[in-house]
Design a protein around this ligand. Structure first.
Ligand code: GLC
Length: 435
């Protein structure tokens, strides 16, 4: 079975290859996305480390002069209205030769780069480290400084698209609580939200029931437009009108990525001032996201401290983040419950949550990138049996349903885009792991 999965995964990655980088899926996602490319590189590291290295360098061509790495780098030859939404070239900090978005995405690039560096040799390795380490240092410094101006140890996100689990219920709940802009009030009053369908790219390719609602789609666009008026700058955002969230998986992954960056920098012989201390502060700060009543980690409003529920699969990314031992034990016990371990784990929200919808995007389906992160976290925790079982479940999903974007946790049915790159790359990694 593993050979068949590996062969079909490699074919998908070949079809989605666009020169030095890989698009998430042809048609629906024609550009380069930050964490998608990181997963592609991580998954390809063992098989083709030089291609994986190029994938990382390609996404870094979008890096801004302030260190920010944008969540999208637009393909030159793909007309797409969404590049106008950002208008990146109006910002002097953005690159001059490519269009990018103006917000970021989960910082898994250093995690991928560490894996890639492990598999490169000789000059290739030295050149890769020399090119990548300073850029990653700049990126992490931007996250810790500009997105955590009060040095709380937690990074603040300003848009659901930054968290990667874009439309997950806590983010949509927070978005719906925002005071709507005049434009949005008019759109809702005139019932023109359905017009959004005409400009949405995803529902041209996929059934609407598997995607975010038009109302939520419009809210996300409206928030992006509002952010543009404030230069996408956390310091300039008005409370009540904008989101400021201490997101669980983004911060957990940053803690893991900081450690990998430290290791990469050591190997490259580069000293990164303050990074070791920052890791300690961040890990302590992650505990402020522990919700004792719910027995799991939860997102919080970064200004008011209010919990933003319901809890999601994001909590389990803490397994690899070096947080409190007792909390990790509770997390593992929680993962073993029926709500989190249905026939095809791991659902993006618990199957017993009112918002659970087995087919809708980040409101229920199981995702291969999340499973891959959890397998790693479980192994770090010494939970090798559970990790092996999750690996097998994940490979079974892909063997039966192909490299789909996501899967029903109840039936295992493939959902979302087909021939999805991170599913392919990470299944390749799992299928070809040395014994
Ligand atoms: C969706 C996902 C996001 C991903 C992007 C491209 O927006 O929610 O995580 O990066 O698609 O695949």
């Amino acid at each position: 079975m593993s050979e068949a999965v590996a062969a079909s995964a490699l074919a998908v990655l070949e079809r989605n290859r666009r020169g030095d980088w890989t698009c998430p899926a042809a048609g629906i996602y024609p550009h380069q996305w930050l964490w998608d490319s990181a997963f592609v590189a991580a998954g390809l590291a063992r098989h083709d480390p030089r291609r994986a290295a190029r994938e990382i360098l390609a996404v870094l061509r979008g890096q801004w002069s302030n260190g920010m790495v944008p969540h999208m780098v637009f393909a030159d030859d793909e007309p797409d209205g969404s590049r106008r939404l950002w208008g990146s070239r109006r910002d002097l900090r953005a690159p001059r030769d490519v269009d990018t978005s103006c917000i970021t995405q989960p910082p898994v690039l250093a995690i991928a780069a560490r894996r890639v560096a492990e598999h490169l040799t000789g000059d290739d390795r030295q050149q890769f480290l020399g090119a990548v380490v300073p850029k990653l240092v700049g990126y992490h410094a931007w996250l810790h400084d500009e997105r955590d101006p009060d040095a709380t140890g937690l990074v603040t996100l300003i848009h659901p698209w930054e968290c990667g689990l874009d439309t997950s219920p806590p983010w949509m709940a927070a978005l719906r609580r925002l005071r709507p802009t005049v434009e949005l009030r008019v759109a809702f009053a005139l019932h023109i939200t359905r017009l959004v369908r005409a400009v949405r790219r995803d529902t041209r390719y996929l059934p609407a029931r598997e995607r975010a609602s038009d109302d939520d789609g419009l809210r996300m666009l409206d928030l992006a437009t509002h952010l543009r008026h404030h230069g996408f700058d956390l310091a300039r955002l008005a409370p009540g009108r904008c989101l400021r969230v201490h997101d669980v998986s983004f911060n957990a992954l940053l803690a893991i990525a900081d450690r990998d960056l430290l290791e990469l920098a050591d190997t490259a012989g580069v000293t990164v001032a303050g990074l070791r201390e920052r890791i300690g502060t961040s890990v302590d700060a992650l505990e402020t996201l522990w919700n004792d009543e719910l027995g799991t980690y939860c997102a919080r409003d970064a200004v008011t401290g209010d919990w933003i529920g319901p809890p999601t699969v994001a909590a389990f990314t803490m397994l690899g983040a070096g947080v409190d031992e007792a909390h990790l034990d509770q997390l593992v016990a929680r993962l073993r419950t029926d709500a989190w371990w249905p026939d095809h784990p791991v659902p993006s929200i618990g199957c017993d949550t009112p918002e659970f919808d087995s087919e809708r995007y980040w409101s229920g389906p199981s995702w291969v990138n999340i499973n891959w992160l959890l397998i790693d976290g479980l192994r770090r925790r010494g939970e090798t049996g559970l990790a092996a079982s999750l690996r097998q479940h994940t490979l079974d999903l892909v063997a039966r349903g192909g490299c789909a974007e996501y899967f029903s946790p109840l039936t295992g049915a493939p959902l979302g885009a087909r021939d999805f790159s991170w599913t392919a790359a990470l299944a390749l990694d799992l299928a070809t792991e040395p014994g």
